[in-house]
Design a protein around this ligand. Structure first.
Ligand SMILES: [Zn+2]
Length: 139
């Protein structure tokens, strides 16, 4: 996730995905939505969009709500998010930063981090291929 920024929200602001309670931390995920959403929902939505078809099993209303708010179909939103993640993973600077930040954790070697990074990139590329195939089939 690259295009996110933390924001301050007015007092009493509620996340559009979990308006039943107060949240502390909000961010704007520019690729998806102009409205601030809470950090917990951001994480859930990210993971839900990596499933085909996109679904959050704990809260199946989340993705339909996202479609409603963005006016875009879930599969298109998935494609946007996967493309964004691939761009982040292809940027060598990000990998180097991850390696630098992981140095203090025991068991984290450069080789291990690089391997996991490339596995993740391969996973995301095959997910994107699958999403693009679905998009062509629909036309
Ligand atoms: Zn929320």
């Amino acid at each position: 996730m690259s295009k996110i920024r933390w924001v301050k929200v007015p007092e009493g602001y509620r996340c559009p995905f979990c308006p039943d309670h107060v949240d502390e931390d909000f961010l704007v995920w520019e690729t998806l939505l102009a409205e601030p959403i809470c950090d917990g929902c951001t994480y859930d939505i990210f993971n839900a969009l990596l499933v085909i078809p996109p679904v959050d099993l704990l809260d199946p209303e989340k993705i339909p709500r996202l479609e409603q708010l963005t006016g875009k179909p879930a599969l298109e939103l998935s494609r946007l998010v996967v493309q964004e993640d691939i761009a982040l993973l292809e940027d060598k600077e990000n990998l180097e930063r991850k390696i630098r930040n992981s140095r203090e954790f025991p068991g984290e070697t450069r080789e291990k981090i690089e391997m996991e990074w490339h596995e993740r990139l391969a996973q995301m590329r095959s997910l994107l291929a699958e999403l693009e195939k679905l998009a062509t089939e629909k036309k």
